[in-house]
Design a protein around this ligand. Structure first.
Ligand code: IMP
Ligand code: MG
Length: 179
């Protein structure tokens, strides 16, 4: 708690380091049971999902490959539907892989839907979304989430990869920003 006192922009902690670690352990076990065939590939969306992906991968007990892509979104205002484009593509094909797209948060769903559609065209064996946070109250387009750690209310959050103007990604907890 003492580090929160030093961050005046933080209103309250939503999930502690321990709560996050425990949920990721549970998710890792679920995923390991669901994909025993050794074709699992985690695809991280840079940069927000990096912290979640590396923690999750260490809790997965079946063979797993990892790749990353980066996106840029051109949106007038945060939360408004914007154009999404891949600014750094995957290093490897995903043909035949069981792909889990790993996200920091699925909010309106636009980013996840765009990425799912793009990846679906590359013939993976299966394709699903695994997200740290899910804010279904703000969903505009459908984005089927297979695995999620936490559902969150309609407040802006930072930490564990999530940023406000590129800051706070390194917080060990997930916190609500002051309005
Ligand atoms: P979408 O609205 O589902 O397309 O989500 C787009 C992106 O907005 C997410 O991947 C995050 O990078 C960002 N985002 C949405 N809500 C938050 C938040 O509360 N904190 C930090 N980033 C967010
Ligand atoms: Mg993101």
């Amino acid at each position: 708690m003492s580090d929160v006192a030093r961050l005046p922009e933080i209103e309250k902690i939503l999930f502690t380091e321990e709560q996050i670690a425990e949920r990721i352990r549970e998710l890792g076990a679920e995923i390991s049971a669901r994909y025993p065939e050794g074709r699992l590939k985690l695809i991280g969306v840079l940069k927000g999902s990096v912290f979640f992906l590396t923690a999750l991968a260490r809790e997965i007990s079946v063979p797993v490959k990892i790749d990353f892509l980066a996106i840029s979104s051109f949106s007038g205002r945060p939360g408004t539907p914007g154009l999404v484009r891949i600014s750094k593509d995957l290093d490897e094909p995903i043909h035949g892989d069981d792909v889990l797209l790993v996200e920091d948060i699925v909010d309106t769903g636009f980013t996840a839907r765009y990425l799912l559609q793009t990846l679906a065209g590359r013939n993976p064996n299966s394709l699903g979304i695994c997200t740290l946070l899910d804010r279904t109250v703000r969903r505009i387009v459908q984005a089927p989430v297979l695995f999620r750690c936490f559902e969150i209310p309609d407040r802006f959050v930072v930490g564990f990869g999530l940023d406000y103007r590129q800051l706070y990604r390194n917080l060990k907890y997930i916190a609500v920003m002051k309005p």
